[in-house]
Write a protein that binds this ligand. Structure first.
Ligand SMILES: Cc1cc2nc3c(=O)[nH]c(=O)nc-3n(C[C@H](O)[C@H](O)[C@H](O)COP(=O)(O)O)c2cc1C
Length: 350
């Protein structure tokens, strides 16, 4: 597969990603998360008062209002300033965490530093997560990683694993040798925790086990069924590239959560974040009942912001909260920890 070098910069790529994510048809085609086959069993005797339901949890040493975060998305090009300012403003209002997009551009030059800095300026009291890609991590010096952390005064640095994207991206870097060692080094030497995430193709039980052995204690499965990054890269590259075979590649969200949750039950403590096609508080509640500690969304958040502005995003999160509270009431779960034990059933669609 030939790789284009040169004219397309990191900044213009980031802009194309956002534009395609909000306007393109970039969902999975046939594959789904699996959440639609799961339902809560109604508890007709919940024995709690709705007003007692408490959705707050602790994450990265801070108390947050909901077990929900805005996933890493953007930064590093001019329009990202407005997007990140809006995301951060609303996350601070709701006291929920957010991640910035890949900070690779900051390693290249200083031009768009502000697009990242604005996040901590507008969200001073919630967990903020920095971000860098697997392809960079193998050769990344710890002092450069610290620069990224410092720029947003991050509570953690996310490393995204995206081999599918690097495979399909015309200017991609499909060299994943040394990534696990790079992650191990960051875990050992960085001043903040490392979160390892996929971007929509899922993390398997085997990969999670290797990450845990390397010392990682926060994993975001980012499973299949939501945003198809193969789809985004195929659309970006134009229709003449015959890579449609990979559009639906990946481990669906539900089996990914189950595989990782089972590792934890074997005695290893780690924070399990569920993302990839989570559209609502009801979806999020199912992820938590399946074993996730926290739930994250990217494209649904961006779409609600693009369509309805800041108030559209507020509506989205308010709805998320109401649905989660509703599920907690209807399952007799006073706390998010109680929701973990809520009874689920899998329905076969006719
Ligand atoms: C416009 C856009 C840009 C993204 N950029 C990044 C990124 O820079 N770093 C990263 O780790 N993930 C990135 N992601 C992936 C998301 O964090 C998330 O893992 C993925 O989109 C699956 O979640 P979703 O189905 O809710 O969109 C991006 C997602 C979107 C929609």
């Amino acid at each position: 597969m030939s790789r284009l070098k040169g004219p397309r910069t990191t900044s213009s790529r980031k802009k194309q990603h956002v534009d395609l994510a909000v306007s393109g048809d970039v969902g999975f085609r046939a594959k789904t998360t699996g959440l639609e086959h799961i339902e809560f069993v109604n508890n007709a005797l919940p024995e709690i008062n709705l007003s007692e339901v408490d959705t707050a949890v602790s994450f990265l040493g801070r108390t947050i209002r909901l077990p929900f975060m805005v996933s890493c998305m953007t930064g590093g090009y001019a329009d990202a300033l407005t997007i990140n300012r809006s995301l951060a403003t609303v996350c601070e209002e709701f006291r929920i965490p957010l991640g910035v997009g890949s900070q690779r551009q900051v390693l290249e030059n200083d031009r768009f530093r502000k697009t990242f800095q604005i996040v901590r300026e507008r969200a001073p009291s919630v967990p903020v997560i920095g971000n860098i890609g697997a392809a960079e991590v193998a050769g990344l010096r710890v002092r450069d990683a610290e620069r990224l952390v410092k720029l947003v005064r991050a509570d953690a640095l996310a490393v995204h694993l995206n081999p599918l994207q690097e495979l399909l991206q015309p200017e991609g870097n499909p060299n994943f040798r040394g990534v696990l060692d790079g992650i191990r080094r960051l875990v050992g030497e960085l001043s903040v925790p490392v979160i390892v995430k996929e971007i929509g193709a899922g993390i398997s039980g085997d990969v999670a086990r290797r990450l845990l052995e390397a010392g990682v204690r926060h994993i975001d499965v980012a499973g299949a069924g939501g945003t198809s990054w193969a789809g985004i890269e195929i659309l970006r590259a134009g229709n003449n590239r015959g890579n449609g075979a990979f559009w639906d590649w990946g481990i669906p969200l539900v089996p990914a959560i189950r595989a990782l949750a089972s590792l934890r039950s074997k005695g290893r403590e780690f924070t399990l974040i569920a993302s990839g096609g989570v559209h609502s508080g009801l979806d999020g509640a199912k992820c938590i009942a399946l074993g996730a500690d926290l739930v994250a969304s990217a494209r649904p958040v961006l779409v609600s912001l693009r369509r309805g502005g800041i108030s559209g995003l507020r509506r989205f999160i308010r709805m998320w909260e109401e649905e989660l509270r509703g599920v907690m009431f209807l399952t007799g779960s006073r706390t998010v920890a109680d929701l973990r034990g809520a009874i689920l059933s899998s329905y076969q669609r006719p």
